[in-house]
Design a protein around this ligand. Structure first.
Ligand code: NCD
Ligand code: ZN
Ligand code: ZN
Length: 332
């Protein structure tokens, strides 16, 4: 059995730089027509100059495989002229609360001071993508942040706002209260709960921000995604860290899921008996919300068992060693 996806998109992706970029970009380019590229490099991507250089490096790393990098600028205070100049080259601005996740130290410290820049985004119709967590208790960070999303959605009703990598039932509920709000959901948050991370032997590969939540939260995410909620978009948040940064004291946050995304998603949708909705989740919803017209690209899956590699160079992928029912078919 075969499955052909037209223009699958990964709406939240970390590709890093240099050797790591060269290593991971082909995994995404083999499965997706494009992806939203996160700007949290060691030196954040917060200028048009840096963004152009990064974009060129990404295209280079894809080595001829067609892949559209939808670039984001790291949120800071911007002038109208800067945003006007960048508008045609970005898909949005990415906001991180300071220090809340990997390489976010130069993020926002005072949310009372972001209004001017957000008003410009609304006016210029540039989407705002947000890592929505407070610095509260780790299991409550996303729920606590929902009041910020609410404030943004109500104060800037024409702003297109994306809640990145949502993990809670309450975030799913919030989505239904505002037409201008969308959200990305990762593969791993559809598959695991906190139990998988810390319930047995500690699994550093599964440690990420936001941390995986309860079975009830996972169920709410699954139900909304599998029912085809039109403003839920697939965003892997594939976030590679070398094994020596994962398997050590002070494990870095991030799940490297890029090699397994479409096979594992196909399996999940098939098990829920709604394989026909996969294309909506991995492409149509994002195309509609962001008004994208990616260059045409088909990705083919075949229903044949495939065992995920234990190791991918310096990385250990999500679902390492597990056998999946689908694999990506390479066609010349
Ligand atoms: N998700 C993560 O745990 N880590 C991401 C950052 C992020 O998306 O928050 C990373 O860049 O490593
Ligand atoms: Zn994040
Ligand atoms: Zn991320």
């Amino acid at each position: 059995m075969h499955l052909t996806l037209e223009n699958p998109l990964d709406m939240h992706l970390h590709l890093r730089e240099r050797e790591m970029l060269a290593l991971v970009a082909p995994c995404s380019a083999a499965q997706f027509a494009g992806g939203v590229i996160m700007p949290n490099l060691v030196q954040p991507v917060d200028s048009l100059e840096r963004l152009r250089a990064y974009r060129a490096a990404i295209l280079d790393a894809c080595a001829g495989e067609p892949f559209t990098p939808y670039m984001t600028l790291f949120f800071r205070s911007y002038h109208r002229e800067e945003l006007l100049a960048a508008r045609d080259e970005i898909i949005g601005l990415k906001l991180y609360p300071a220090g809340i996740t990997t390489q976010s130290e130069s993020g926002v410290r005072d949310f009372d001071r972001i209004g001017d820049t957000v008003a410009l985004l609304e006016d210029l119709d540039i989407p705002l993508l947000v890592h929505g967590e407070t610095d509260g208790f780790v299991m409550e960070r996303e729920r606590e942040f929902l009041r910020v999303y609410q404030w943004l959605a109500e104060t800037f009703p024409r702003l297109r706002l994306v809640m990145e990598h949502i993990t809670t039932a309450e975030a799913v509920e919030l989505l239904d209260r505002y037409d201008n709000v969308g959200a990305t959901v990762t593969l791993h948050h559809l598959l695991i709960t906190l139990d998988d991370v810390v319930g047995g032997l500690l699994q550093p590969d599964l440690f990420c921000k936001p941390i995986a939540k309860t079975p009830r939260d996972r169920e709410a995410l699954r139900q909304a995604v599998l029912a085809g909620h039109p403003r839920l978009m697939f965003g892997s948040d594939s976030a590679p860290h070398p094994r020596h940064k994962k398997e050590c004291c002070g494990c870095a946050a991030g799940v490297f899921s890029a090699p397994v995304l479409l096979p594992a998603l196909a399996q999940l949708f098939e098990e829920a008996d709604c394989l026909e909705r996969l294309a909506d989740f991995v492409s149509h919803h994002a195309r509609r919300f962001y008004r994208l017209r990616p260059p045409h690209k088909q990705v083919h899956l075949v229903r044949a068992p495939w065992t995920v590699m234990e190791q991918y160079e310096t990385l250990r992928p999500f679902l390492a060693g597990q056998t999946l029912r689908w694999r990506v078919e390479k066609r010349p």
